[in-house]
Design a protein around this ligand. Structure first.
Ligand SMILES: Cc1cc2nc3c(=O)[nH]c(=O)nc-3n(C[C@H](O)[C@H](O)[C@H](O)COP(=O)(O)OP(=O)(O)OC[C@H]3O[C@@H](n4cnc5c(N)ncnc54)[C@H](O)[C@@H]3O)c2cc1C
Ligand SMILES: NC(=O)c1ccc[n+]([C@@H]2O[C@H](COP(=O)([O-])OP(=O)(O)OC[C@H]3O[C@@H](n4cnc5c(N)ncnc54)[C@H](OP(=O)(O)O)[C@@H]3O)[C@@H](O)[C@H]2O)c1
Length: 564
C-alpha cells in the first residue's frame, strides 16, 4: 500500500483565498442579520401594539372614498369621565422601563446620532473588523477585505430602500434607518480601502504592474467609484447640493456594479440581493403612486400649502409623502413633505376641503422657492392649481400620543407640519370619534417656536379649527407660540387657548408643568424641527431621574429632523 503524501506544514501552505474567504461572507451575513433580529425583538412590543390597534396596516397607500362611505361630519361625540388612570404599580414599572430606554437617547450636539444608534454602529463595525481580520493573512493576501466589502452590498441596499420589511420589523421609517445605510456604505469603503491598499503595497513590493492588467485596473476604477459615492454623500453635499448627490449616487452605483462584476466573478451572487431589494422597492412604489389634482396656496413668500385633492385615507398622522409637482419642467424632482392633517374621517379641519391631504413646504432652496413663486404667480389669489404625484406614505411617529395621559408637542419653524398632524389626529380621535380607540389623553400642550409673527399665519386656520373643536371638550388643549426673533411684529390671529410670547423656551421648562401634574398615565413628547431642538429634547428625557419617570408613568419621546 502506498504511503499517504506528507502533509505540508501549515506555515508553508498557500492561503486558498477562494475556498477560505467566502465562508466569512456567510459569517458576516449571519452576524448582521442576527443583529437585525435582536433589534426586531426589542421593537416587537411596538409592532404588537400597532398591529393590535390596526395602525400597522394604515399607511399602506393613499385611497379615495369614491362612494362617500367613510365620511363622518364633525359630530363631537366626545366622552367625558372615561377611565384614565393606570394602576400605580403598573405606571411605575412602565416608568422604570422608560428610564432604561431613555439612556439610549443621550446625544452629543452636532453628532446626529444618539447612544442607541452609536451602539448599533459599534456592534456593526466590530462584526466587520472581526470578519476581515480573523485568521486572514491580510498582508500577503488581502482578498478577505474585498470579499467582505461585497458581502455588505445586501445590507447597504436593504437599509436604503424606502419600502422594505425592515421598516415594519424595526418599527422605524426608512429615514430613521438610513444611518445604517450610510455607515454600511462607509464600512464597505473601509473594507475596499484595506483590500485595495494592501494589494497595491503587495504589487509595489514585488514590482508587479498595477494599472494595465484588466483585473487591477477594474479594481482601481471600482474603488474610485466607491470613493465618489462616499464623498458625494457626506452631509454638507446632501445639504447644499442634494440633486448632485442624488445624481452621483445613481450613476456611480450602476457603474460600480458593472465594473466590479468584471473585476471579480465572485461579486455576482452579491449583486442579486441589491437588485431584488431595489426591484421590490420600485414595484411597491408603483402600487403606491397616486396622480392627483392639488391646490397651492402661499400665505407668504416663506411657505406654500399644498392641498392634494381626493385623498380620503391611507395614512396616519406624522407620516410623510414624497411629492412630485408637475410645474416648470420639474417632473424629475420628488421632495419629502410631512402630512399636516389626519384623514377627513378623523381630521378637525373645517377650513380645508373634505378629502384633502395637506402639506406645508417651507421656502429654502431651488424647488421650494420655485413652488412658492408658482403659487404666487396669480397675484390676486396667491393660489394655483397643479397636478402632483404622491409617493407614500412613509415613516411616522413611533409613539401613539393617545396612549398617554398628557402630550407635549414641540416644533420649530416648518417642523410644525409634523406636530400639527399629530395634534389634528389626537384631537380628532378624542373629540370627533369619542375616544373609540381608548385614547387616554386629557391634556395637550402644543408649543411652536417661530422666527417671526408672520409665520403664525402659515398654519393659523388649521390651529384655529383644532382649538375650536377642543374647546370645552374632555381634552384640555393649550397652544403657546414662542417668537424667537423680534422681526415684523404683525397682528396676531385669534386662536382659542393660544398665548404668543417673545422668548426661546427650553424643552425642560415646557415639560416641567406636565411632570408635576402627571397622575401616572405617562407623557408623550413629540418634537420636530431644527436638530438643536430635537437633540435638546432627547437629552432632556435622558436626564429625567428614575423617580420622575416612575411617578409620571414614563415619558416617551419621538423626534423628527426633516433631513436624510
Ligand atoms: C422625512 C422628511 C420630511 C420633511 N417634511 C417637510 C415638511 O413637512 N415641510 C418642509 O418644508 N420641509 C420638509 N422636509 C424638508 C424638505 O424635503 C426640503 O426642505 C425640500 O426637499 C427642499 O428642497 P429645495 O430644493 O427647496 O431646497 P434645497 O436647498 O435643495 O434643500 C434644502 C434641504 O432639503 C434637503 N433636500 C433637498 N431635496 C431633497 C429631496 N429630494 N429629498 C430629501 N431631502 C432633500 C437637502 O438635503 C437640504 O438639506 C422634510 C424632509 C424629510 C427628510
Ligand atoms: N428651511 C430650510 O432650509 C430647511 C430645509 C430642509 C429641512 N429643514 C428642517 O426643517 C426644520 C425647521 O426649519 P425652518 O427653516 O422652518 O425653521 P426656522 O425658521 O429656522 O425656525 C426654527 C425655530 O426653532 C427655534 N429653535 C431652534 N432651536 C431651538 C431650541 N433648542 N429650543 C427652542 N427653540 C429652538 C428657532 O429659534 P432661533 O430663532 O433662536 O434659531 C426658530 O424660532 C428643521 O428641522 C430643519 O432642519 C429646513
Amino acid at each position: 500500500m502506498a504511503d499517504a503524501p506528507p502533509a505540508i506544514p501549515t506555515q508553508f501552505q498557500i492561503y486558498n483565498t477562494y475556498a477560505l474567504d467566502p465562508p466569512w461572507q456567510i459569517h458576516f451575513t449571519v452576524a448582521w442579520t442576527g443583529l437585525v433580529a435582536v433589534l426586531a425583538a426589542f421593537s416587537a412590543p411596538y409592532l404588537y401594539r400597532s398591529i393590535r390597534s390596526g395602525r400597522a396596516w394604515q399607511g399602506l397607500g393613499i385611497w379615495e372614498d369614491l362612494y362617500g362611505k367613510y365620511y363622518q361630519p364633525v359630530n363631537t361625540v366626545d366622552e367625558k369621565g372615561f377611565p384614565n388612570h393606570r394602576r400605580k404599580s403598573l405606571s411605575s414599572s412602565i416608568g422604570t422601563a422608560a428610564k432604561l430606554r431613555s439612556f439610549l437617547f443621550w446625544t452629543l450636539p452636532g453628532l446626529s446620532l444618539d447612544l442607541g444608534q452609536l451602539i448599533i454602529l459599534v456592534a456593526y463595525m466590530a462584526i466587520l473588523v472581526v470578519c476581515i481580520v480573523m485568521r486572514a493573512p491580510l498582508t500577503d493576501n488581502p482578498n478577505r477585505a474585498g470579499f467582505i466589502a461585497l458581502a455588505q452590498l445586501p445590507l447597504v441596499f436593504a437599509f436604503a430602500t424606502k419600502n422594505s420589511i425592515l421598516t415594519l420589523l424595526l418599527g422605524q421609517g426608512y429615514e430613521k434607518l438610513n444611518f445604517i445605510h450610510r455607515w454600511g456604505g462607509r464600512g464597505m469603503f473601509l473594507s475596499a480601502t484595506i483590500h485595495g491598499s494592501l494589494w497595491i503595497r503587495n504589487h509595489l513590493i514585488y514590482n508587479v504592474q498595477i494599472i494595465g492588467s484588466t483585473k487591477e485596473t477594474l479594481g482601481v476604477i471600482a474603488y474610485a467609484l466607491l470613493g465618489i459615492i462616499v464623498l458625494t454623500s457626506l452631509k454638507p453635499v446632501r445639504q447644499y447640493a442634494y440633486q448632485l448627490f442624488f445624481f452621483f449616487h445613481i450613476v456611480a452605483v450602476v457603474t460600480f456594479f458593472v465594473v466590479v462584476n468584471y473585476h471579480t466573478p465572485y461579486s455576482i451572487p452579491w449583486i442579486y440581493p441589491p437588485i431584488a431589494f431595489y426591484g421590490l422597492d420600485v414595484l411597491v412604489r408603483m402600487l403606491r403612486y397616486r396622480i392627483k389634482d392639488a391646490v397651492l396656496d402661499a400665505p407668504d413668500n416663506q411657505m406654500t400649502i399644498v392641498k392634494v385633492e381626493n385623498c380620503d385615507g391611507g395614512w396616519i398622522a406624522g407620516q410623510h409623502v414624497r411629492l412630485r409637482v408637475f410645474f416648470s419642467g420639474r417632473i424629475f424632482e420628488s421632495h419629502p413633505l410631512t402630512i399636516l392633517n389626519a384623514p377627513s374621517s378623523v381630521s378637525c379641519f373645517s377650513s380645508t376641503q373634505r378629502g384633502s391631504l395637506v402639506l406645508g413646504a417651507r421656502v429654502c432652496g431651488d424647488w421650494s422657492k420655485a413652488l412658492n413663486a408658482h403659487a404666487m404667480s396669480d397675484k390676486e389669489k396667491s393660489s394655483a392649481r397643479v397636478v402632483v404625484m404622491v409617493d407614500g406614505p412613509y415613516g411616522g411617529s413611533t409613539i401613539d400620543a393617545g396612549e398617554y395621559e398628557q402630550a407635549l408637542l414641540v416644533a420649530g419653524g416648518s417642523g410644525a407640519t409634523f406636530t400639527l398632524g399629530i395634534l389634528d389626529d389626537l384631537v380628532g380621535r378624542i373629540v370627533k370619534l369619542g375616544r373609540k380607540g381608548g385614547e387616554k389623553t386629557t391634556r395637550i400642550e402644543f408649543a411652536w417656536c417661530i422666527r417671526s409673527f408672520g409665520a403664525l399665519f402659515w398654519f393659523a386656520p388649521m390651529l384655529r379649527d383644532i382649538a375650536t373643536l377642543a374647546k370645552d371638550s374632555s381634552v384640555q388643549l393649550h397652544i403657546t407660540v414662542f417668537v424667537t426673533c423680534l422681526c415684523d411684529p404683525e397682528s396676531v390671529p385669534s386662536i382659542p387657548n393660544c398665548d404668543v410670547v417673545i422668548e426661546k423656551p427650553s424643552v425642560m421648562r415646557m415639560l416641567e408643568p406636565l411632570l408635576s401634574d402627571s397622575e401616572g398615565g405617562g407623557i408623550a413628547l413629540a418634537v420636530s424641527g431644527p436638530e438643536s431642538l430635537t437633540t435638546e429634547a432627547l437629552n432632556t428625557v435622558a436626564s429625567l431621574s428614575l423617580a420622575q419617570q416612575r411617578s409620571t408613568g414614563g415619558v416617551a419621546v419621538h423626534t423628527e429632523v426633516f433631513a436624510l
